[in-house]
Design a protein around this ligand. Sequence first.
Ligand code: PEP
Ligand code: MG
Length: 540
Amino acid sequence: MELALRGVSAAPGVAFGHAVVLDRMSAVNASIVAAPERAAELERALKALDMVASELEHIASGLREAGRKAEADIVETGVLMAADPGLVARVEDLVMKSGRPAAEALREAADESAEELALLADSVLAERADDVRSLGRRAAARANGFRPGTVSGVLIATTLGPADVAELAMNAKGVALVGGGVTAHAAIVARSLGVPMVVGLGADVLDVIDGEEVVLDGDGGVLVRHPGAGRIAAARAEAERRQGARQHAIAHRLEPAQTKDGRRIRVLANAASVAEVIEALEQGAEGVGLLRTELLFLDAQAWPAFAEQASFLSLIFAPLTGRIATVRLLDFGGDKTPPFLRGAAGRGIELQLQAPDALKTQLAAIVDAGGNVELRILIPMVTSPQQVHAVREMLATVLAGRRSPQVGAMIETPEAAHHAGEIAKECDFLSLGTNDLTQLVLGLDREQSKSAPVANVKVLRLIEATMRAAHDARIAVDVCGEAASDAAAMPIIVGLGADELSVAAARVGEVRSWVRGLDYSACREISERRLLGQPADAAG
Ligand code: PEP
Ligand code: MG
């Protein structure tokens, strides 16, 4: 008998596969492990360290076989680190004396060892600090049941962060969560990678047995246990249809994104990885409209260094030569708070302006790596024109004679929307972040909210005011929130005057074809009606 568990659609698509139940309960719920359970918890932690050591050994021998001795030697030092008695003793203490859960103990012990290493005068050893941290993270993930690269079914978990999804979802067929919100960053990453996701399924979903066959319907927001033959066939057919739609998008990638009555809309991609950039270009994206730089540094122990940012950006920019590359400054805070910023108040540019050296480092890395792209810098969570001015001043100090990139502000706080006119005067473009804007205007919790009602009249009025301010200042306005790829909201946004839509990489082709099916004058009528709080008719 089929058993349907109902949740909320967070990323479209349908998947059929074996369930992979990730045990995150202990990490999420138990901050202190009870004394009688500590020995078993310690065993789990030490087993995770062993597991990582053998994984690294395996990787190293592969490298050696491929004749890459130097890299093999580096990876092999990780094997020695995993067995380091100092590290093991720390893990033992944290679990047995302090009752820390296995994953937390592994992370904390590795961080402590790394801090000691970083203080050593020997620079070679000091550089190993990051390796120890990464080893700790890897082991913590194993203790929680994560096996990256081997997860190929439908992932079921209590909750996942955006970095977890980025690491795991590449190979997964779908993601089903007990909690989570549709605009949480984990859901954004899933949509971007084209992985179906259902959130808010409740604790019942943890009754699913590891290995059981399930159908995950990311469109309907349902997970079906014991699916019948008909449902499985339908799921397979739907997966094939989507694959066909992707091929169609690729085949039409050279056709312009232009409405039937001739309005050109630039369709760009939101990305945080090279894989997404490549997928987006294949589907006809004209460039990147939002590079979420912070997603790469969610485990950071300090503001990211110049070298790591420049090397990440060079990889992203390589396929974008001559095209728009909009790099957003680190948008830390909220559900994107790395360990070193825990407890800090604020988000986005507010946080970065409190660490001017970090801002300067990031701007220098962007300018340095961005010589071959049409570079744009985007400032997150802006609340005032002064913040844009401060970034521009800092940018001027790192240019060293090079051409300045364009500078734009995210309009995603009510304050920014209210001051859009003044902010536009400081900017070369504006970008509407409808995810945060909607949640902030309507007082919703972004990490838990089951909907993102962009078409709410209060939100639409702010969007309209922003578009007007941008056009009065003769600059372009982009929409990079999820509304840009929402079938109901997108025609309204086009009607309000969006010049650019920046959407998840996996959605680029579909959004381009939607644009081709629209009538701009009909969109304008719809948006006018919606601004008056009236319902809309179809725009096609
Ligand atoms: C937004 O808020 O709409 C946005 C695009 O930024 P992010 O989702 O990364 O917060
Ligand atoms: Mg935002």
